[in-house]
Design a protein around this ligand. Structure first.
Ligand SMILES: [Zn+2]
Length: 469
């Protein structure tokens, strides 16, 4: 069987969401499946008795003796029969007929509630020989296996992703074990470089007493210690004796890999965990990995950029005082307003009056003017309630209207300039009058008129006090 598993894995995989695997909706999505089989695991005959006693629903039995009697006379003999014949029906009787006879005698002559009782018994038999689905996925499946929460704590994805980097360079698989469609355990497997052997390790989740039964017959496998495996594979192996093809040489599991720390080609048995990294013997401190370029670059020529969260080449970097950080030149724009570089995705294009052209500033310094349909720099703008938007404070066309008590556009043809002030056209007729080409304010004229026509007290006429009031 172990040989068959190896043979079945020798393919390019199929997408886990392809139509032919639809219906298996518990499969991990967006990855590849390389092999998939089901296996029946039977409860050991000697364990069945205690297991049945502990797990069956006790409400169907009046006391412990009655339950033991049922196990002795019905359940256990039938389980033995099942293991030999793979059937719960014999020539003249069946599990059901025996259970019925026992029920009639011990519980209820009328067979009241027998159906419920037998269902509970049958469920126990079904559980005693569980069907397990074994699915061999692409290594990346560990990152997509959202429904198996046990795995979320794996150091391969959390604390020590270098292990993932290495195992993903091997001929390896992420193996999930499902029981009745529910994920219960995962393992890793690695195939030897000559493709003749395979090793299974790092069982996580439900613990199988006889793990080999999932993959191998009894005479096909050996066990291998976590220490030996860790030495050849270079990755973390959980404590234990793991399953390996019989007579396989651990040396056949040494892979040529790219060192996750320095990127040089090395062998997996050269890798060692040091200073929070998996390092090879050629690792020196002179190379750093750059996420930005996705390659290793010389540390002397590199600067770290928080903005890109990566090392980048110093030559290609500009320094921004505002960010106190390096930005790759292709992602930087120069702002005249700040006299500094900005990270392009953060920058907003604005009209800058000082340069009479476009510039870049950060969003926090931008106001939008619907009057000009332009972004302006906050400091250079003034709010005009007349337009209900911003104008350039020092714009060539901007003027202050004392009449309106706000800034206006002096070229706005809804405004009339009168004695250096700007009045809305529709208010001009109401408040002003034109005399000989000159506007006068009506109020002022009225006042003058009043003064002229006022009756002044005549000489020597004494008027009563307060008559001017
Ligand atoms: Zn290295």
């Amino acid at each position: 069987m172990l040989k068959d598993v190896l043979v079945s894995l020798d393919n390019n995989g199929i997408k886990s969401n392809e139509p032919r695997v639809q219906g298996f909706d518990y499969l991990i999505e967006d990855t590849k499946v390389y092999s998939f089989y089901s296996i029946k695991l039977e409860k050991n005959k000697d364990d069945f008795r205690d297991w049945f006693y502990a797990r069956v629903n006790h409400e169907f039995f009046e006391d412990a003796d009655q339950l033991l009697d049922f196990i002795n006379t019905v359940a256990e003999p039938w389980y033995e029969f099942y293991l030999e014949n793979k059937s719960l029906v014999d020539k003249t009787k069946s599990l059901k007929s025996d259970a019925k006879r026992w029920f009639k005698k011990n519980k209820d002559q009328q067979l009241k509630n027998f159906d419920r009782f037998f269902e509970a018994v049958k469920r126990m038999f079904e559980e005693a020989y569980n069907v397990h689905d074994i699915v061999f996925y692409d290594v990346e499946a560990i990152k997509k296996n959202k429904s198996f929460s046990d795995d979320r704590g794996s150091c391969y994805i959390n604390g020590r992703p270098d292990y993932y980097d290495v195992i993903s360079q091997m001929n390896a698989h992420y193996v999930m074990v499902y029981r009745n469609g529910k994920p219960i355990t995962r393992l890793w497997c690695v195939i030897s470089t000559d493709k003749n052997s395979i090793v299974f390790f790092n069982e996580y989740g439900y613990h199988f007493k006889e793990l080999y039964k999932l993959f191998s017959s009894e005479d096909e496998y050996d066990t291998v210690s976590d220490y030996t495996l860790e030495c050849v594979l270079g990755i973390h192996i959980n404590k234990g004796h793991w399953i390996i093809t019989k007579n396989a040489s651990p040396e056949d599991f040494v892979y040529e890999v790219e060192c996750p720390t320095c990127g040089s080609l090395t062998h997996s048995d050269n890798l060692e965990w040091r200073d929070d990294r998996l390092e090879c013997d050629q690792c020196d401190d002179n190379t750093v990995y750059s996420e930005f370029y996705d390659e290793y670059i010389n540390e002397d020529q590199a600067v770290f950029s928080e903005t890109h969260n990566s090392y980048i080449y110093k030559d290609a970097a500009v320094f921004s005082d505002r960010y106190n950080d390096y930005i790759h030149e292709n992602y930087a724009v120069y702002s005249d307003y700040y006299d500094d570089y900005l990270y392009e995705p953060d920058a907003v294009k604005v009209y800058n009056i000082d340069k009479d052209g476009y510039d870049y500033v950060l969003q926090e310094d931008v106001v939008y003017s619907s009057y000009y349909d332009e972004n302006l720099i906050n400091d250079q703008a003034v709010f005009s309630w007349y337009y209900d938007t911003y104008l350039l404070e020092n714009g060539n066309d901007t003027a202050y209207s004392k009449w309106l008590r706000c800034y206006v556009d002096m070229n706005d043809n809804t405004l009339v300039e009168i004695n250096g002030d700007y009045i809305p056209e529709d208010e001009v007729d109401e408040y002003f009058i034109m005399i000989k080409g000159q506007y006068y304010r009506r109020k002022d004229l009225l006042f003058t008129h009043k003064l002229v026509t006022s009756v002044k007290p005549m000489k020597n006429v004494r008027l009563a006090e307060k008559s001017w009031a």
